[in-house]
Design a protein around this ligand. Structure first.
Ligand SMILES: [Zn+2]
Ligand SMILES: [Zn+2]
Length: 367
């Protein structure tokens, strides 16, 4: 079966903002609401498709992978939307205030947020980091059952062994029937006859974990990377939550970032600006030599093409813009004055290029 393009599924352009994507998904959801389309397998299939598209495109990392490699790039990631018992359950996972649930109504694990600091240069080149965090994991003693070793299981008296109870809930699009996890047995349908001593029957305990995070080249401060299924354990039979790694990029006194471009200023003595010279400038890939043309003006730019940030979407790379900060020296001794006067006497209009004056530049700026 050939799969439709995710942007096409949501009816948005490839440059759609996060808000556009969210709005498009909500619009689809309203059209395909199970109360509007009861037992319509077509509506369910369309909603599943839209939900899948939304899950991929609403996350910066998976959207980048999808943009670069298509469906292949995000295969096996994220939620299996066909795992839901009913269309209502699937819908409730998005709009019923519940997380993505799983078969039997057991609750998925909670997400976890972690911040990682990287340098400015690392944000341009990409970097791997090992992170350490504590998660709630299945208890090692009882394997998550919550039962003491050898103890049997009794049927849960609250739900009669179903693990779930049905109730009417209100979502942003009206009332719908929601499957609620039984709070007594937490969805298992059974409760241990005798509790495990390690976890006191919870079936879970805190555990320290490490994970390697690949931070892609071009990431901006505040962007998040999602590690699917690495968060807190869920109820038995339900998926674990995700880990969201927030990347904080440190400032670098040599550089500033503007979209995909890197900005640098260099100080050029006016005497060098007059006759031209070669200077070394810092770039993301180390020092580079640039030519200062004779007659360089304050504010002139030298562009190092392709020396900027790579696009997270995998299309092209920005430039480095080196801005000249021409420093005019103070000359107040007699010998210096004579030398400058001597030079001035030799200069004619030909030494000044046309259209380089401040007024000309101001006019161009507002045109
Ligand atoms: Zn235990
Ligand atoms: Zn129960």
């Amino acid at each position: 079966m050939s799969r439709r393009d995710y942007y096409e599924v949501l009816g948005v352009g490839r440059d759609a903002s996060d808000d556009d994507i969210k709005r498009a998904f909500r619009r689809k959801a309203r059209e395909l609401h199970p109360d509007v389309n009861p037992d319509d397998p077509n509506a369910e299939a369309l909603f599943t498709e839209a939900a899948e598209a939304y899950e991929v495109l609403s996350d910066a990392e998976s959207r980048g992978m999808y943009d670069r490699f298509g469906h292949e790039g995000v295969r096996g990631q994220g939620t299996n939307f066909t795992d839901f018992d009913s269309f209502q359950d699937l819908f409730a996972a998005f709009f019923g205030g519940e997380r993505f649930g799983a078969r039997g109504g057991a609750r998925a694990g909670d997400d976890l947020g972690i911040a990682v600091d990287i340098t400015f240069v690392e944000s341009a080149q990409g970097v791997e980091r090992e992170i350490e965090f504590d998660v709630v994991a299945p208890c090692e003693t009882c394997g998550g059952s919550g039962a003491a070793p050898g103890a049997g299981l009794d049927r849960c008296p609250s739900c009669g062994g179903q693990g779930q109870v049905r109730e009417v809930a209100r979502g942003p699009f009206g009332q719908f029937l929601r499957t609620q996890v039984c709070s007594h047995c937490r969805g298992a349908g059974e409760i241990p006859a005798e509790r495990c001593a390690t976890c006191v029957g919870a079936g879970r305990q805190a555990r320290s974990r490490t994970a390697r995070v690949e931070i892609p080249a071009g990431i901006s401060s505040g962007q998040q990377i999602r590690l699917v299924g690495r968060g807190h354990a869920g109820d038995r039979g339900a998926p674990a939550g995700d880990v969201y790694v927030q990347v904080d990029v440190a400032e670098d006194e040599r550089f500033a970032r503007h979209d995909l471009d890197v900005l640098t200023t260099i100080e050029v003595p006016a005497t060098d600006a007059m006759v031209g010279t070669t200077v070394s400038v810092p770039t993301l890939d180390g020092e580079a030599n640039i030519e200062i043309e004779p007659g360089t003006q304050h504010g002139d730019e030298v562009v190092l093409r392709g020396k900027g940030f790579p696009s997270l979407r995998g299309r092209g790379r920005g430039h480095q813009r080196v801005i000249m900060d021409v420093r005019v020296p103070r000359v107040d001794d007699e010998a210096g004055r004579r030398a400058v006067a001597d030079l001035a006497g030799k200069l004619t209009d030909k030494n000044y290029r046309d259209g380089e004056g401040l007024f000309d530049r101001l006019k161009h700026a507002f045109r």
